[in-house]
Design a protein around this ligand. Structure first.
Ligand code: ADP
Ligand code: ZN
Length: 537
């Protein structure tokens, strides 16, 4: 009803303006053509003014030139804890708040102090927003969602007034859940560089949070990827005093997330969910959802009856490594790429047989890589020295294969990413983990404690040289396999796990052929991303 009145008044104002403009424009006996042009112009101006008047307040720009999102975001959440898989601890902890949100008076009567604020922390895509929505949905209360960056403003005081406005709206709504995503944008630790504006915004948030009474039934949830960067004032009792970690899912949790997101999809029965859960280590809930969505899109594009295992496999590789692109490399360049990847794959097969070697490809994929080898380690909580050394050897094996078969002239720029990752790992062994030389000495910590302890570069170089020599020897002793794999890659462009197994199971030729390889430059940087669990080299 109120909206109708606003529309009527807005319409009347626009008409009045149109009439006024028309009378001004037609005041001087114009020609018929002039007259119609003027009428059109007057109507256009009136329509513009009218639409500005009629635009809802939520969409109008604020004095700092930003769209006011605070009104627009209050919504009823339709999702519940049924829509969240895994995250057992977080779900249980939040479920305990549902009853409070439904009847806060009950808790007030007992003098119970519920947490004012709950902080969910963990990597992106792990379901923090989903959990907050589920809490509001389950309790049937409005959900206010904002991002910390919405409060970060250029003008002093604007952020703080936004905070106050948000809480004013929330109070009007009665019982509700307020969710502030990326709270670190407004709640970073204060230091010399922090600005008045940010301090005021944070203070406004803290004082608004303290202003609620237990009987109000308002819960503020916030999410961050970096708990350590937050201002300690935010974490004090009475503020975000409950902190819940929302971590990456383990294997069984990934299985339950995959099952949940396949509920509404016609997936073929022969899909091996266990294997998929195994191969998706370090995937977040969001990446798993995305994977199934990609598979659904490709099945829909084919107008297939069901989503087949092959759709899921293709979506998996696309998610992990990026979509395959047609190769533009020359035949000789392709030979170098195939040799380099064969080196990685062979080293992985022999040194880390516990990993699942799922794909070797010489097609360019995401992140500018010219080819890649994907080997998936089993889930484990801690790496030992041998594991790290093996990782380094697998990284160095691409370069070792180039040199072994092609000689100095075949060295390519494509190994640069492998070499820098190997250097980082060996640096950690020497500097942080005390795994080289004196077993109780971590050079970096020693340096901090004593002011000087050497930079460890010589030790790192020695370790790298040793590991490089050992992986070169390994490849030399399996040179037949190396060349066979290289040829198979040149022929098929990519090989999956079963194809690799079949290839290795067949008899080996043993003599190493004389190389015909140019010194081609190729990029071989694996895409940066969240899926580091699957090792791409
Ligand atoms: P975050 O806020 O931690 O970045 P989101 O809550 O925005 O992550 O997650 C994005 C999407 O990923 C969700 O909408 C959902 O589809 C999916 N997702 C993430 N975690 C889970 C989970 N534990 N269970 C089911 N789906 C999940
Ligand atoms: Zn490589």
């Amino acid at each position: 009803m109120k909206k109708l009145w606003i529309c009527l008044i807005g319409g009347a104002i626009s008409l009045a303006i149109a009439g006024l403009l028309l009378s001004i424009f037609v005041g001087q006996s114009p020609s018929a053509l002039d007259l119609s042009a003027r009428i059109l112009l007057a109507l256009a101006v009136a329509a513009f003014i009218g639409s500005a008047l009629l635009r809802p307040k939520a969409m109008r720009a604020d004095p700092a030139g930003r769209v006011d999102a605070l009104h627009a975001q209050a919504s009823a959440s339709s999702c519940t804890f049924q829509d969240v898989a895994a995250n057992e601890e977080a779900r249980e902890s939040l479920k305990g708040l549902v009853d409070y949100l439904k009847s806060p008076e009950k808790y007030a009567r007992y003098g119970a102090r519920m947490p004012r604020g709950v902080l969910l922390y963990g990597p992106p895509g792990t379901g923090k927003t989903l959990l907050a929505r589920a809490l509001a949905g389950e309790a049937g209360v409005p959900f206010f969602a904002l991002s910390g960056s919405d409060f970060v403003q250029m003008y002093v005081g604007v952020g703080a007034s936004r905070v106050r406005e948000l809480f004013k709206n929330a109070r009007k709504a009665g019982k509700c859940v307020i969710f502030i995503d990326e709270i670190d944008a407004m709640g970073k630790k204060r230091d010399d560089q922090s600005s008045d504006e940010r301090d005021q915004t944070l203070n406004a948030l803290l004082s608004e949070m303290s202003g609620f009474r237990p009987s109000d039934g308002v819960i503020v949830l916030a999410a961050t990827n970096r708990l350590d960067t937050l201002d300690p004032a935010l974490l004090r009792p009475g503020r975000f005093d409950r902190q819940i970690e929302v971590g990456l899912p383990g294997k069984s949790e990934r299985l339950s997330i995959l099952k949940l997101h396949s509920r509404n999809k016609p997936v073929a029965e022969n899909v091996n969910w266990e294997a998929l859960a195994q191969d998706t280590s370090c995937f977040s809930g969001a990446s798993l959802e995305n994977l199934l969505n990609e598979a659904a899109i490709s099945a829909a594009a084919r107008e297939a009856e069901r989503i087949e295992a092959s759709d899921i496999r293709a979506a998996y590789f696309k998610t992990v490594a990026g979509a395959d692109r047609p190769s533009t490399a020359s035949r000789k360049e392709r030979a170098v790429i195939a040799l380099h990847e064969a080196g990685h794959a062979l080293a992985a097969r022999h040194l880390v047989p516990e990993n699942r070697l799922t794909r070797v490809s010489i097609l360019p994929a995401g992140g500018g890589c010219a080819g890649y080898t994907l080997s998936i380690p089993p889930e484990r909580t801690m790496l030992n020295k041998r594991d790290i050394e093996n990782q380094i050897c697998v990284l160095l094996a691409g370069r070792a294969a180039e040199l072994l078969v092609g000689g100095e002239d075949a060295l390519t720029a494509g190994a640069s990413n492998d070499l820098s990752r190997a250097a980082e790992l060996v640096g950690a062994m020497v500097m942080d983990l005390g795994m080289v030389g004196e077993p109780a000495v971590a050079l970096r910590a020693l340096h901090r404690a004593c002011g000087s302890a050497g930079n460890g570069a010589e030790q790192c170089k020695e370790v790298l040289a040793e590991l490089y020599a050992s992986v070169s020897a390994l490849l030399r002793s399996h040179s037949g396999e190396l060349l066979k794999l290289m040829e198979a890659l040149l022929e098929s462009e990519s090989l999956n796990g079963e194809e690799l197994e079949a290839l290795f199971a067949a008899d080996n030729s043993s003599e190493i052929a004389s190389p015909d390889l140019p010194c081609a430059c190729k990029k071989d940087a694996p895409p940066e991303g969240e899926n580091e669990g699957a090792r791409m080299v």
